[in-house]
Design a protein around this ligand. Structure first.
Ligand code: GUN
Length: 298
């Protein structure tokens, strides 16, 4: 029977640390970090995520701006807004919630964000720095996964991490993060994706298995090595078989059976989700410090 990794409790600890840091910064410098979150359109899941980001920012004392735009907002209007936020000294972090409506070119929007305000870590400057192991903004979900992994498995040097999913938001940055030579990484990294013929062949070799594909209950017990640490990034809404007419959230991992073989496993909800937001708050404080020439460790 596995340890259930309590992402909610760990995120709360991190949020408490961020809150204390924000208080200290305000006392010393007379101002607080500020985060602008932009949502275009009304994707229901994105609306929930954006609302949560605002709520959590406010809980730790970060100034939070929520900019809700009509789904017909043009590329140019969005670029103009980002330009204004880039030039606004009162804004430290800029986050454009993805996915964007299909008429908007996502890459061009991400490229327009000043890398020093890119708290999502999606700008190519930050992506490049992540690849070569330089200090940068680490994308929040991989950063949260790494935090859960190192807290669960203190000595991860040489461990085999298998990542299922190669998205720009999770799989690719996580692979780049975990391959680095430092004591929060130094892993052997395998990435499985849509062209992988027998995913189980790889996942059965994982000491650490991270799944981020968006397919409910895709990873079954027979695909997991005994004693593995399993991090489930998926959030899928399915019909609840126990409550006809109702839905429920499940991950990409079949929790009830994988729980029997894993050493530790994250639940959905309450695993990776809260960590993503906690790491966003950390990144926002980092952005504030960078922009105010304050040492990162101060
Ligand atoms: N959509 C899903 N995850 C994320 C994220 O971490 N950042 C942004 N901006 N959009 C997302």
């Amino acid at each position: 029977m596995a340890i259930i990794i309590d992402g909610k409790a760990i995120a709360s600890e991190i949020k408490e640390e961020v809150k204390q840091e924000v208080e200290k910064l305000e006392q010393k410098y007379g101002k607080k970090p500020a985060l602008a979150v932009i949502l275009v359109g009304n994707n229901p899941a994105s609306e929930v995520y954006v609302r949560n980001k605002k709520k959590n920012s406010e809980e730790v004392g970060i100034n939070s701006w929520q900019i809700l735009l009509d789904e017909h907002t043009t590329q140019q209007e969005l670029l103009t807004l980002i330009g204004q936020l880039n030039n606004d000294n009162n804004v430290n972090g800029i986050l454009v919630q993805l996915p964007l409506p299909s008429h908007i070119n996502e890459n061009e929007i991400i490229n327009a964000i000043d890398p020093v305000k890119d708290v999502d870590g999606f700008h190519p400057v930050n992506t490049g720095k992540l690849v070569i192991g330089e200090d940068c903004f680490i994308p929040c979900t991989p950063y949260g996964c790494q935090e859960l992994i190192v807290r669960t498995m203190p000595d991860i040097k040489g461990k085999h991490i298998v990542i299922v999913g190669r998205s720009n938001i999770v799989g690719k940055p996580l692979a780049n993060l975990m391959v680095q030579k430092n004591n929060r990484a130094n892993c052997i990294v395998t990435v499985c994706h849509t062209a992988t013929k027998d995913i189980g062949y790889y996942t059965r070799q994982a000491d650490i298995l991270v799944v981020a594909v968006g397919k409910a209950n895709m990873i079954t017990k027979d695909m997991v090595k005994k004693g593995a640490v399993v991090i489930d990034v998926g959030i899928n809404r399915i019909n609840d078989p126990e409550n006809p007419g109702k839905t429920k959230l499940v991950g990409d991992v079949k929790f009830d059976e994988v729980y029997e073989v894993a050493h530790a496993i994250t639940p959905v909800p309450g695993g990776v989700g809260p960590m993503t937001i906690a790491m966003l708050l950390k990144n926002t404080v980092k952005a504030f410090k960078l922009q105010n020439n304050i040492a990162i460790n101060e």
